[in-house]
Design a protein around this ligand. Sequence first.
Ligand code: ZN
Length: 254
Amino acid sequence: MPAYPLSENTYTVDSSKVFIPFQRGIDDIRNRPGSLLVDIVPFLVQTKEYNIVIDPGLGLKLSNGHYHILDNLKRHHLSASDIDIILLSHLHKDHLAGAVMEVADAMYPMFPNAIYYVQEGELNDALSKSSSSYDRKVIDYLLQESLLRTINGNTTLKDCIQCEISGGHTPYHQIFIIDDGSANFFYGGDVLPQPQQLIRRFVAKYDYDGKHSADKRIEYGKRIAEGDLTVLYFHSALQPMSKVSYDGDKFMII
Ligand SMILES: [Zn+2]
């Protein structure tokens, strides 16, 4: 079962939560004070039966007018209609906005044949907030078209996808373990968005509960090392996938 990063490249984002494209080696982060550098990397996982996209990303277009994620899928000989399942770790717009496309001011599902899975608690929490981290128009459209399938708590989908609530980044943020017998992937969303976060204990200000996220990373790191899982990192374009080892004291990225 292969997994492929579908990188949408790199952006800077400040407190306005607007994502501005950033070219490594050309742009200088010092010219964007108060900004964080953010890579966006959705994933394609192909089990024997399903084409799965995890967190479809920002949904931005390339200069040729094509949606970045669809161009990425084309490189794997897939079109939008080949995708069966969209897994959503949480509903922040950098993870969700690519679930839809806009044509002449009208919205359409980016993946017309897919079911979009999200935790019910995450949906309710997002709907109760007026934060610029969410694109409410996208969430409202998905709801109105009944495209979201809500799940409640830890759940196994299609016999091969484990959905587990992690909390931490948002109260109902979930992680995914996909195991079809031939390979075993761990996707930690924004609780484990970059490999470096396993090396250094790190409490993030952008988390709902940063301490809980930090504790979860250690718990997950041990499970990943023990189970020999391959980790998929959403915010790490330079190293989007890795294995992890643990010597009883610290983690190493392999
Ligand atoms: Zn994120």
